[in-house]
Write a protein that binds this ligand. Structure first.
Ligand code: ADP
Ligand code: MG
Length: 371
């Protein structure tokens, strides 16, 4: 079989009674890529993954792996494996027994199992650790065993259901990088589901953002961040200032938007159909906002249609390169979160200081309000 896609999902849906857990989802994943499905808890990620794996039959739609329909095939006959959040390792077995478990069930010969397990241990950075008990390993090492146990079966697609969820922050950061390198090195197609945007953005070639059983956008991490297709994506991926507003003027690609509070901003329509009077949601990323002590410090940022506004620092959230200023605008009606570059000339700004801010109209994304 020489299919172009390792996995193709077409209009797949699943209802529980009246409730649509997965409401018609379609996507295709190229061979050897890292694909993530990102969405809040309850949006349908696990249901979708379990339909791909064969634990749940869809009500409608088609699932193809390497070009072959999977419908009606039981889970154990599909060329996929799942790494679960709780890892589901066997505590009474050694590391090698855990990794060789699936091969034993397939009736592989003893020497073949030993050889494949040893090779897999080396591949996931645990050479010679086969005789250890699972409990003797760290959380990160157990994670690798869980992945090795699946990869040794040579699946066409490896499904991962929030596998880093149980790890502490530091280890999660480290495992993100490791997982990405591992996938790159072995070349197996990964489908990774998570509610954590930083996991999805760091590891993936492409990301689907899922909300209420549907995909809102499928794109590269950079594209999702720079050009969100919907207000949900703009709000869920990355950090943003967010206001409700109304379009009061529209000309030559720039919208004038009155936002709740007091300010009026120059914005850019992120979708068609935003004319005067339209209710909109407005998003501006903190790092799009240049900050200085006086308007002269930010002159030129964003050109003629820039937003330029002064305010007073109400709070300073120091977090290294991610430090943030919370600024109340001059009339006090709006609060704006701006990035504070620690390498820049204004790193010494402090609470109570007056600041000037500027950002381009193009960084002020306007979406139609849902309500
Ligand atoms: P996620 O993995 O994104 O957190 P799930 O796919 O587990 O979400 O669940 C999606 C929605 O479907 C949730 O609202 C959940 O309560 C519901 N759901 C999942 N499984 C069942 C089931 N067996 N019966 C009824 N509702 C379910
Ligand atoms: Mg889930």
């Amino acid at each position: 079989m020489n299919a172009r896609y390792d996995l193709e999902v077409r209009d797949v849906a699943k209802r529980y009674g009246e409730f649509s857990a997965v409401a018609g989802v379609s996507f295709a994943i190229a061979k050897g890529s890292f694909f993530s499905i990102l969405g809040p808890s309850g949006c349908g990620k696990t249901t979708l993954l379990r339909m791909i794996a064969g634990f749940i039959e869809p009500d409608a739609g088609e699932i193809l792996i390497a070009g072959k329909s999977m419908l009606g095939l039981p889970a154990n006959r599909r060329p996929v494996n799942i790494v679960f959040q709780n890892l589901a390792l066997f505590p009474m077995m050694s590391v090698a027994e855990n990794i060789g478990y699936g091969l034993r069930r397939r009736g592989a010969a003893r020497e073949e199992i030993a050889r494949k397990v040893e090779a897999m241990l080396a591949r996931v950075g645990l050479p010679g650790m086969g005789a250890k008990r699972v409990q003797q390993l760290s959380g990160g090492q157990q994670q690798r065993v869980a992945i090795a146990r699946c990869l040794v079966l040579d699946p066409t697609v490896l499904l991962l259901d929030e596998p880093l969820g149980a790890l502490d922050l530091k280890l999660r950061e480290q495992m993100k990088v490791e997982l990405k390198l591992l996938q790159h090195q072995i070349g197996t197609t990964f489908v990774y589901i998570t509610h954590d945007q930083s996991e999805a953005l760091v590891m993936s070639d492409r990301v689907a953002v899922m909300n209420r059983g549907r995909f809102e956008q499928v794109a590269s991490p950079a594209e999702l961040y720079r050009n969100p297709a919907t207000a949900f994506v703009a709000g869920f991926v990355g950090e943003a200032n967010r206001w409700q507003g109304r379009v009061v003027e529209a000309r030559s690609g720039v919208l004038r938007v009155e936002v709740d509070g007091a300010a009026t901003f120059n914005g850019a329509a992120a979708t068609d159909g935003l004319s005067i009077g339209a209710q909109v949601e407005v998003f501006v990323r903190p790092e799009a906002i240049a900050v200085g002590r006086t308007p002269a410090d930010v002159a030129g940022v964003g050109g003629e249609s820039a937003n330029v506004i002064s305010g007073r620092i109400e709070g300073l959230l120091f977090n290294g390169a991610n430090s943030r200023l919370l600024v109340a605008t001059g009339d006090g009606g709006n609060r704006i979160t701006a990035a504070l570059p620690q390498a820049g000339p204004f790193a010494d700004l402090s609470e109570g200081d007056i600041v000037a801010m500027a950002w381009p109209a193009q960084s002020t994304l306007c979406f139609p309000s849902r309500s």
